[in-house]
Design a protein around this ligand. Structure first.
Ligand code: ZN
Length: 133
């Protein structure tokens, strides 16, 4: 793994939260993207070298809707940039982690992504992401 690529925060109302985080960082989001397959609408902020992704559910059975129902708004996942996502998935499975999707899928922001189940990572949902070239 290379570095933290971004931190994902689950929100109920993307428009309102965009204003909150724009005030926090002193500049607006630079991108909004819907990932229809995941039932999620995302926005991205930059703060120095760091990136924050806000996620709002677009349908009631979206993973984000379920997360907010259970835990409320807040940090949803930490994403790590990887060079070779398939190799990393294989390595982590061999280490005993539960990978939620063995085949990487297309996520927001031009990335191939895979998630590790929080039960094998101390309660933290981990996203692996590889830039699509
Ligand atoms: Zn993410």
């Amino acid at each position: 793994m290379k570095k933290i690529e971004h931190i994902g925060i689950a929100v109920k109302d993307l428009e309102k939260s965009n204003q909150v985080f724009a005030s926090l960082f002193g500049k607006p989001h630079y991108k909004i993207e819907e990932v229809v397959s995941e039932g999620v609408k995302t926005s991205f902020f930059k703060s120095g070298p760091n990136k924050i992704e806000l996620l709002e559910a677009t349908k009631p059975d979206s993973p984000i809707a379920k997360f907010i129902e259970k835990k409320g708004e807040g940090i949803h996942h930490i994403a790590f940039a990887v060079k070779d996502i398939k190799a990393e998935i294989k390595r982590l499975q061999e280490e005993g982690f539960t990978v939620l999707n063995e085949t990487p899928k297309k996520g927001a922001d031009n990335k191939l992504v895979a998630f590790l189940h929080p039960k094998t990572t101390n309660g933290v949902l981990i996203e692996l992401c590889q830039e699509i070239e």
